[in-house]
Design a protein around this ligand. Structure first.
Ligand SMILES: O=C(O)CCC(=O)C(=O)O
Length: 226
């Protein structure tokens, strides 16, 4: 199918740099360029408020190392990595307090993006906040700790540009790498829900608001028993 025959592509608006504002990566996966840009300052404020209550930290991994991105969470459940494995917990292991509530601005953004991508009724109950500085990356992985793959993943990029890797359902599938800029939102679900993805690194650039730091906020729905 050519771009002009593809109904999703026919709706595209062009950004000032001539890139389409919506790009179907493949069935189930949609990149919404600059979807969040108009309210990005509000989302950054929400992120800072969460981080004041539950600070960013470099979590230990089952392999004996440490995540190079610093992380925290908000919502009913938070994602935790430790030498024992990966899990979602209702309490922050740093202080045994519930994770901060998910800010309404972030919840609404996630629902709107999911709906725009064709996933009406998205009810994220967890939100992972990633903070990348020079040298940080995230290896190719699948999001499969949620116990529910009927709902999509919504991922918001803020600040410095990140180099995102998008693969297929198998680790050895072809991987595309592309830039995710401030305000870009990526949604994947349905046939693409378990596709491998990661962050190769950061672009050699800085952002007027966040400088050399990139933030990513990823929304998911976790089965409470997971
Ligand atoms: O930082 C990103 O854009 C990707 C984050 C990610 O893959 C994850 O949190 O599972």
């Amino acid at each position: 199918m050519t771009d002009t025959q593809n109904p999703a592509r026919q709706l595209d608006l062009l950004l000032p740099d001539n890139r389409p504002s919506r790009e179907v990566l493949e069935p189930g996966a949609l990149l919404l360029r600059q979807f969040a840009t108009p309210s990005a300052a509000i989302f950054l404020q929400a992120l800072q408020a969460v981080a004041q209550q539950a600070p960013f930290r470099h979590m230990r991994t089952p392999g004996g190392g440490c995540m190079s991105a610093a992380m925290t969470s908000c919502g009913a459940l938070g994602w935790v990595s430790s030498p024992q494995g990966y899990t979602y917990t209702p309490l922050d292991p740093l202080d045994q307090q519930p994770w901060p509530a998910m800010p309404a601005s972030l919840f609404t953004l996630a629902q709107n993006a999911a709906q725009t991508a064709g996933y009406a009724g998205f009810t994220p109950n967890t939100c992972l906040l990633n903070c990348y500085q020079n040298g940080a990356h995230m290896g190719l992985h699948q999001d499969r700790d949620e116990g529910d793959i009927t709902q999509p993943v919504v991922s918001l990029s803020l600040g410095r540009t990140g180099l995102f890797m998008w693969g297929g359902p198998n680790r050895r599938d072809r991987v595309r790498t592309f830039a995710l800029d401030h305000g870009d939102v990526l949604v994947w679900g349905g046939p693409a829900r378990l596709h491998y993805h990661g962050i190769k690194g950061l672009a050699p650039s800085s952002h007027p608001t966040t400088g050399l730091t990139r933030f990513n906020i990823t929304f998911r729905h976790v089965m409470p028993s997971s």
